[in-house]
Structure formats: C-alpha cells, structure tokens
Design a protein around this ligand. Sequence first.
Ligand code: FAD
Ligand code: DLZ
Ligand code: SF4
Length: 516
Amino acid sequence: MTVLRIILGDQCRRDVAALRDLDPARDRVLSMEVAEEADQVRHHRQKISFLFSVMRHFNAALRARGVQAEHVALDDPDNTGSFTGEVLRAVRRHRPERIVVTFPGEWRVLEMIRGWEEAAGIPVEIREDDRFLCTRAEFARWAKGRQQLRMEFFYREMRRRHAILMEPDGTPTGGAWNFDPENRRSLPRGLEPPAPSSFPPDATTKAVLDLVARKFPDRFGGLESFNWPVTAKDAARALESFLEQKLPQFGDYQDAMAVGQPVLFHSLLSVPLNAGLLDPLEICQAAEAEYRAGRAPLNAVEGFIRQILGWREYVRGVYWLRMPHYATTNALEAERPLPDFYWTADTPMRCVSETVAQTRDHAHAHHIQRLMVTGNFALLAGIAPEAINEWYLAVYADAYEWVQLPNTHGMAVFADGGMLGSKPYAASGAYINRMSDYCRHCAYDVKAQTGDDACPFNFLYWDFIARHAKRLSGNARMSLPLRNMEKMDATKLQQMRRQAKHYLDEITPTPKNAYK
Ligand code: FAD
Ligand code: DLZ
Ligand code: SF4
C-alpha cells in the first residue's frame, strides 16, 4: 500500500527521515508551495524564491531517480493554499495507507501536522529530524536540573560526543575550548574579502523569480541579486569555496562590520544548511580537516565550529524545550511598534541603514549586524518582541522559527529574561564604532551623548540602563554599567533620557498592512 511522504521546504535532503525507507514503485512524495506559508509573515521575496527553487530542484532530482514525486506550484489552479489542504488533496488522489513526515522546524507547523491524522483518517508518523546533532530528548536530558543553560557547557559536551577538535587524551585541541578573545579584530583599511561564490539562476530559478515577482509585487526584498545555491551540489561548492578562501580569516574578523561589505569572511552557509542542502557534522569535520592540514588556524576553525556544533544545536534545543511559552516571553515589558526604517532603510543612522539595505537587497546580514545593530536598537528602544520577531523571521533567507526565535528573544532583546544569555547585549555607539567603519560615514557623532548630532545609540543606551536599573540590579554582569550610571552627573543623565523619549516618540512606526 502507498505511503504518502511529505517534504517541507526546509527538508530537501535525500536522506531526510521521511524518505528513509522509501519504496519508489509504491510510494508518493509530496512537496508544495503554499500561500499560507508565504503569507505567514512578510517573508522576503528572495527567501520565498530560494525555498521554491530548492523544492523544485529536489523534486526534479527525485523524479530523475524514478521516485513518484509530486510538487505543487504556487500558481497551480488546484492549489488549496495550505499544507493541510494539499496533504488532504494528495490523500484523495492516492489513497495512501499512511502519511510519513519529518519533524518540522516550527511549533505552529507541528500543531498543524498533529491535526492531519484526524482530518485524513489515516495514521501520521512524525519522524525525528536527525539532520541535527542533538535530538530534542538529548537536549532535554542535558538541561534537566541545570539552573542555567549555558551554551559553553553544552558545546563542550557536543565536542566530546562528536569527537570534533579533541585530542586522544580527551582534552580539547590547542588546550582550550574557546579562542573567542582572539576573534574580535576590526577590519584593517584596504583588506578586501574574497568575493562570494557565484550561483547564477538557472531556468528553474528564473521561473520562480518571475512567479514571485508577479505574485508578491509589494513584498519586501529585492530579487535582482539572487545568488543562493539551490541544490546539494551547489551548496557543496559554496562550502568548499568558503573553506579555501575565507575560513583562515573567519576568526579574526568574525565580529567586524564595514560599509559596502555585506559578507566579509562569513560563510553564507546558514541558508543552504537550514534548508537541508548541507550536513552540519560534515561541515564541522571539513573545517577541522583544514586545521589538521595546516591550512587554517585554530582560532578560526574553533570559532566556526562553535557556531554550528554549539550555537546552532543549542538554540534549537532551547526552542523545543521552551515552546510554546518561549514565544510569548517579554521580560522587559517592551511594547513599542517596529520603526518603519526597518523596512525602508531610511534613517541617518548609517549602521542601521547599511544593515537594513543589505538585508533588503540580499536577504542576509551577518551575526554582529543582526545582534549589535538591528537587535541592539530594538533592545534599547524597547520594541515589542512580537514585532521584532516577525521582522527577523521574515527578512532573512535562513530564518525558521527554531533558530530565529531563540536568537531574537534570547540573544538580541532579552525577552526571555536571561534563559539564553547571561545579560542583555546592550551597547552604546562605542561598540559599533570599535567594530566597524560605519561611524566614520554617519551623520551622527558617535562621541556625542546629547545634542542634535548625538549618536542615538548613546542616549538610548543610558536611557535603557536607567529604565531597567531595578530589574538589572540583581545581575552581576550588569553591575559595571549600573555603577557608571550612578557616578554620572544627574543632569546629564536626565538630558539623555529626555532626548531618548523625544527621539523614540518621533519614530514613524511600520504602517499597518505595509510590504505585504
Ligand atoms: P557564519 O558567520 O559563517 O557562521 C557559520 C554558521 O554558524 C552559520 O551558517 C549558522 O549555521 C551557524 N550560526 C552562527 N551563529 C549562530 C547562531 N547564533 N544561532 C544558530 N546558528 C548560528 N541564524 C539562522 O540560521 N537563522 C536565523 O533566522 C537567525 N536569526 C538570527 C536573529 C538574530 C537576532 C541574531 C542575533 C542571530 C540570528 N541568527 C540566525 C544567527 C546568525 O546571525 C546567522 O546564523 C548567521 O549570520 C548566518 O550567516 P553565515 O552563514 O554567513 O554565518
Ligand atoms: C518559509 C516557507 C515559505 C515562505 N513557503 C513555504 C512553502 O511554500 N512550502 C513549504 O514547504 N515551506 C515553506 N516555508 C517553510 C515553512 O514556513 C516552515 O518554516 C517549515 O515547513 C518548517 O519546517
Ligand atoms: Fe550607528 Fe551611532 Fe555610529 Fe551612526 S554614530 S553609525 S548611529 S553607532
């Protein structure tokens, strides 16, 4: 009897759990482009195009292997527009005895899948997504009884468990687990990072880009610069080129930012990796091999591996451990609407306009831009977690809730009250000035704390510290800024707080129903 095997957009991998015991002669594989997902939030047009193109390429590859794989296009006249509608339609077409699906990347989609059994009247098997290196159960076991879930300790266990950068005597390679202090250099003037690999759209991608341009004319995000790998083969090429050209300097400039340099020494691998086109363990092993062969230094290789073996697995663990409550946390009671300049890039703040413009043009920004520019601004300004969440989920081509939500709630805006990070990543303009050349090209003066040309990050920072002083007083890691605030001249603090209020009140919020 037929088994209906469902492939979601971010599960396009040959050995994904749902395809494991596939019988090509008997089974049907279904992937689908659905309006409900595209409209869930204002997904960037490149993100929609990327996923549709990945699904179409994957479907073609399965069919070439003789698999009875069906793909429903967005503009198929019979498309019902939702996962559930399409699954039920396929059940009516093929009368399968059961449905098999891989665990999804969002709580919302899991709830939907849990309704299929009743709606379709046949059993639905939800298989563990073993594309990850730590299962949800393993993470829950690690977390049990711990007061604080610190990434660093989780990461060390993952290093041991997967034998990555470990010596035979059980010690970490190089004698330390972490080389972060070596990874905070700003970009020297004149250093040009290598160009990212090129993936010009083929006929399939071009058709998708046309479709998306037609169906989403007002949606955020340029399509012109689309340059994502959309097959496992292209993704392997992207990895190879990163290892060869960028990994050696990845560590040094991991936190750097520069005008007109959207990628620097970052890998851009989150997009194909999160869609299933790459395997996380293979990436870590390949990076380690570069170190063992003497082609990349340890600070770079360890720093890169920590992001994938550590942070990526850790945030997924936190997501599934804490959902659905996690999505509603708002420890700092932040309530402001999202500024319109998060979509238009129209602000004199060069750091923000640069990050948003690059996000609009490429559906990507690197970690420090997400954390210390748009994230930091949202934290200081008190943007409602719900609003900033929607933005992060929408605008990045690598964004799925399992990874976006903990990074936003936990790392960027401290909505979870310290479950993930030990303190809010709040910073004044001085941090951005140290790590970038943005301030040299900005209308504001990064050294000024009050007055018309004062950098908004400065007065917003002190307003944030003062606003939350009571709340943060129990946090040892916040004692330095709190002490500094107490030492500050009271009139100056008052002036900064008045300027912050005026500045925030003047911000134009995102208009309702814009960019949809
Ligand atoms: P590189 O700098 O080359 O890093 C290598 C890999 O490490 C990445 O490809 C990614 O898979 C992994 N990685 C690095 N940092 C993290 C992290 N904090 N969490 C999980 N994985 C990480 N990453 C996403 O994949 N999807 C998201 O939706 C997402 N949203 C974010 C939202 C905020 C507010 C912040 C602060 C970070 C977010 N990140 C997200 C993490 C990080 O910014 C991106 O993974 C990274 O910028 C992707 O670019 P890259 O592939 O060039 O990364
Ligand atoms: C983000 C997204 C979008 C825009 N469109 C689709 C789609 O048409 N079909 C699909 O299978 N998945 C899509 N996704 C990803 C889903 O919203 C969701 O994040 C994943 O199904 C979770 O595993
Ligand atoms: Fe950003 Fe302030 Fe620097 Fe301008 S001066 S780039 S607003 S940190």
